[in-house]
Design a protein. Structure first.
Length: 245
């Protein structure tokens, strides 16, 4: 299993485009990219998600992250936000419709938006092509996750090949969190920016599927009951426990 140290690979040259939602994992990936690439741009999607508050959080985070380190200020470039409302219109799930969150027979929660990451990376590759960027960075993980098929390593490896063929140039999909547990992700955050970055990501990012930012917990804001909140809570508690040992 990949450790947080192994996730910090040798510095790259050139630019990266980070799929940045304003959540914990994508913000961690943004910090990781800012440490490893000469130029970093960000891409967000408004697809009619119930937790629209994440779009507000991402705006604040971009300003805060840019000022976090002098090097990051120099490296963090243009932000792009795409209107993907059509995805919300055709997705009948609890993340885009007012439905109770429940689990299907296969164990996957009905917050799964079919094809979301496939579309996101395809549009990201299109933006990256125009911007002269060949590396896409996403916070997908299949260690501690909800079982979404489009978060799996094999899915993204296959998509990387397809995008490279379709763009007729190399497209690299980096997923630095793919084999990390949620606790290891918090440890990676600490290694990238110390306790200050841990606190920033804990309080300023948004994960909760219901968009709840009224209930404060040791791990951040959220309803505490949705699958995203439970994963975040468990990861935070395991991280805190590891620091005591």
């Amino acid at each position: 299993m990949t450790t947080e140290k192994e996730a910090q690979m040798m510095p790259r040259v050139g630019a990266a485009l980070v799929l940045f939602s304003g959540g914990k994992d994508s913000t961690t990936c943004l910090a990781w990219a800012l440490e490893h690439f000469e130029r970093v741009e960000t891409l967000g999607f408004n697809y009619g998600q119930r937790h629209q508050v994440e779009l507000i959080c991402r705006e604040k985070l971009l300003t805060t992250m840019k000022a976090f380190k002098p090097a990051w200020y120099e490296r963090l470039g243009e932000d792009h936000l795409l209107d993907m409302g059509l995805l919300g219109q055709i997705s009948d799930c609890a993340l885009t419709q007012e439905q109770a969150i429940a689990f299907a027979q296969n164990g996957v929660p009905n917050t799964f938006v079919p094809g979301r990451n496939l579309l996101f990376f395809t549009f990201a590759a299109t933006v990256a092509y125009r911007r002269g960027i060949k590396t896409l960075v996403g916070g997908m993980c299949e260690t501690d996750y909800s079982g979404y098929a489009d978060c799996r390593d094999n899915t993204l490896k296959s998509l990387q090949v397809t995008l490279s063929l379709g763009m007729d140039q190399p497209v690299v999909i980096e997923t630095p969190l793919m084999w990390l547990t949620k606790a290891q992700t918090w440890s990676l955050v600490e290694s990238l920016g110390g306790e200050a970055l841990v606190d920033l990501i804990r309080w300023d990012t948004h994960t909760c599927y219901t968009g709840d930012r009224t209930h404060q917990h040791p791990w951040g804001y959220g309803c505490g009951e949705c699958p995203a909140c439970k994963l975040r809570k468990e990861g935070w508690e395991a991280y805190c426990q590891s620091k005591k040992e």
